[in-house]
Design a protein around this ligand. Structure first.
Ligand code: F6P
Length: 321
């Protein structure tokens, strides 16, 4: 291969810029020409493809978001869109690509490879951490650190007013943000989509923990069947004398300067992705398992394969006394 492209797709995640930088510079190091694609697969379909050099990725490793911009592309879901994308890549003589994103990104990449036999390697970029084949996705560590900073602040005010706070965190189909931020902020309960919620047990726990603490925090993953609003209503109904508040953290979780963990992860995986393409690999996601680089086929990396460790929920229960 002589020319590669790089794009970011789906929800942005802190550390994507570190990944772009690593792909561009590792590409140049391997004597490849590197192109950037703006706005994910939409940009591929619309021909927003431009040459990148070492300078174009200077001073971005510390920045949140993605300098390439991103999109959730409808056009790329159609065969006409993917054909147009392929023609645009070929018109620049690009012969391989690195895509940074999550589940939807790899589903699209997988189809594209099947149809056009085009070499693609993926980097896991999503705050949700809901991909198999890597211990952590790029952006997850920054997001959970953003969440714990916010929850610590809420704890200060909750404690001052003897309040119960329901805090909804991101994770469309996954409780992984909720569970780690719950453990690290001493939440009294965490509700995740992966497990059926036993409301009786949660109410008992809230009541019991009252004698030891004046504030209580329940973290609810966005993907939970009920969601933060209904959970807070249920608590109010059960305990009319509790002072209950709801806080939905929202998109602050997706922004901000990436942590050291995310910068190093993205840098390692970016280099690994380019080396993999040069070595002839394709159709796989580069991930890190027990600190070693591992490659997983896109079809196995997507999120229905991700298991949430039930032991983490047990820890929350034990420590919530
Ligand atoms: O996939 C990452 C994520 O932040 C999910 O946790 C969330 O449900 C979704 O993106 C929100 O997407 P959007 O910004 O497009 O509303």
């Amino acid at each position: 291969i002589k020319k590669i492209a790089v794009l970011t797709s789906g929800g942005d995640a802190p550390g994507m810029n570190a990944g772009i930088r690593a792909v561009v510079r590792a590409g140049i190091f391997n004597n490849l020409e590197v192109f950037g694609v703006r706005r994910g697969y939409d940009g591929l379909v619309n021909g927003e493809i431009f040459p990148m050099d070492a300078k174009s990725v200077a001073n971005i490793i510390q920045r949140g978001g993605t300098i390439l911009k991103t999109a959730r592309s409808e056009a790329f879901k159609t065969i006409e869109g993917r054909k147009q994308a392929y023609d645009n890549l070929r018109s620049h003589e690009i012969d391989a690509m690195v895509v940074i994103g999550g589940d939807g990104t790899f589903t699209g990449a997988s189809k594209f490879i099947d149809e056009f036999d085009f070499p693609i390697i993926g980097l896991p970029g999503t705050i949700d951490n809901d991909l198999a084949g890597t211990d952590f996705t790029i952006g997850y560590d920054t997001a959970i650190n953003t969440v714990i900073q916010a929850v610590d602040k809420i704890r200060d005010t909750a404690e001052s007013h003897d309040r119960v706070f329901v805090i909804e965190v991101m994770g469309r189909d996954s409780g992984l943000i909720a569970i780690r931020s719950g453990i690290s902020t001493g939440a009294e309960a965490v509700l995740v989509p992966e497990f059926e919620v036993d409301y009786d047990a949660i109410m008992k726990r809230l009541d019991k923990s009252r004698k030891n603490k004046s504030s209580r925090i329940i973290i609810v993953a966005e993907g939970d069947k009920e969601g933060g609003m209904i959970v807070s209503e249920k608590i109010k109904e059960n305990f009319p004398h509790y002072d209950v508040r709801l806080s939905i953290l929202g998109h602050i979780q997706r922004g901000g300067s990436p942590t050291c963990m995310d910068r190093v992860l993205a840098s390692r995986l970016g280099v690994a992705a380019v080396e993999a393409l040069v070595a002839g690999r394709r159709g796989e996601m580069a991930g890190l398992i027990c600190s070693e680089i591992r490659f997983t086929p896109f079809k196995s990396a997507i999120k229905h394969n991700v298991k949430l460790n039930e032991d983490l929920l047990r820890i929350i229960e034990i420590l919530s006394l």
